[in-house]
Ligand binder design. Structure first.
Ligand SMILES: [Zn+2]
Length: 394
């Protein structure tokens, strides 16, 4: 079992106590510099890259040995292998949802088996699992046999707009992706995530005096209300599709027929095939107005594909379950409606398993926590999985 939990906790305190809200780039860079130093110390080529127009700090650490493609016994069978440079991509995000100043209010703290603090679960604990796994492999002389790329971005909580292309291009060069978002209580990893996106539907009508001139008005709220009923029919639990109208605005005064009304819709899909159906539905809403003179316009798209299981991702999960049994834990997996950057990598066909961080819950809330007893378990488990992948190579 992993014997460096004390060092892990010291690192934990250091990085949780750095404010790294998605909109506070200096804090994100500070976290990135912490990891740059540590990954460099074990021989990885580590750099802080500034991605996209917003120049979001992202951490990249790659092994400059191995170069994956040679000597893999399955290179002929696997169509992706030609492009693969890395055996493994370790992925995570350094930003948190909490605003600048949150650390001041509630610093990293420990009570019993739990640790608290901003981003402790989502997902600074997971970043440290990735680091300590690679440090463990280095101590044991196994790191030099593994070709790995660490990619920690700084804008996941705001949709990875600036880092998405870098994530995708790295995943294309990788044979497997491990995402270090929190493991769910009971050692439940994440093998499936829904994809999704947001749509804003605007109905435009014509203002008129509600009492004196109702025939001169076009009621945007009535038009939108009819569209909402149609949108609600998109819900298809059997296919794992949900379309929830979550915010509605329209009208101003009780005696004026409203000329505009807007609805926001949160859409989630479990199957990639649903993307086209959902987008076609919204794109044709403008042709299906109920009131003859009303107009409908729609903004939005499904911008995160679902993370679906494949034969290869299930084989990878089986390997993790086997390694779990060897150290006495029952690993299982779940499907969740929430998205992560694993959605992007899985959609490229790269086997992706998420939830490789330490066990925790209540992400995006003040009472978010992690279970400290899961630290040695997860670091040992993932290290052993890596070693098993290495021995399968030769
Ligand atoms: Zn997260």
């Amino acid at each position: 079992m992993f014997k460096h939990t004390d060092l892990f906790l010291k690192d934990f305190q250091t990085i949780v106590n750095i404010d790294s809200s998605s909109d506070h780039l200096p804090g994100i860079e500070k976290v990135a510099r912490f990891f740059q130093k540590r990954f460099s110390a074990i021989g990885l080529a580590a750099d802080v890259l500034f991605q996209g127009n917003a120049k979001v700090p992202c951490l990249q650490a790659v092994s400059d040995h191995g170069h994956g493609t040679t000597g893999n016994k399955d290179s002929a069978k696997n169509g992706r292998e030609d492009a693969a440079v890395y055996d493994l991509m370790f992925m995570g995000h350094m930003d948190t949802v909490f605003p600048f100043g949150e650390v001041e209010k509630r610093q990293f703290s420990i009570q019993g088996d739990k640790a608290f603090g901003p981003g402790v679960c989502d997902m600074k604990g997971g970043l440290l699992v990735a680091l300590h796994v690679l440090e463990t492999l280095e101590r044991e002389g196994a790191l030099e046999k593994l070709s790995v790329c660490v990619a920690f971005n700084g804008d996941e909580e705001t949709g990875s707009t600036n880092s998405k292309e870098w994530i995708r291009s790295t995943a294309k060069k990788s044979r497997n992706v491990f995402v270090f978002e929190p493991c769910r209580p009971g050692y439940r990893m994440v093998s499936q995530r829904k994809g999704g996106g947001w749509f804003h539907v605007t109905a435009t009508g014509k203002e008129a005096h509600a009492g004196a001139d109702p025939d001169k008005g076009i009621n945007a709220v009535v038009e939108l209300a009819n569209q909402i009923v149609a949108i609600d029919k998109l819900n298809d639990p059997d296919r794992g599709t949900s379309a929830q109208v979550t915010v509605v605005n329209g009208g101003d005064k009780v005696n004026i027929i409203p000329n505009q009304a807007v609805a926001a819709v949160d859409v989630r899909i479990a199957q990639l095939g649903e993307k086209e159906k959902v987008e076609r539905f919204f794109n044709t809403l403008c042709d299906n107005t109920i009131l003859p003179r009303a107009k409908i316009s729609v903004q939005g798209q499904i911008d995160r594909p679902p993370m679906e299981t494949t034969q290869k991702s299930l084989a990878l999960l089986d390997l993790i379950i086997d390694e779990g049994k060897k150290i006495g834990i029952d690993v299982t997996s779940i499907a969740t409606g929430g998205c992560s950057d694993g959605n992007f990598t899985a959609a490229l066909g790269t086997p992706t398993i998420d939830g490789m961080g330490i066990v925790g819950a209540n992400s995006h809330r003040q009472d978010e926590y992690v279970e400290l007893s899961s630290i040695p378990v997860m670091v040992t488990l993932i290290s052993n999985v890596c070693k098993s992948l290495i021995s399968g190579k030769s």
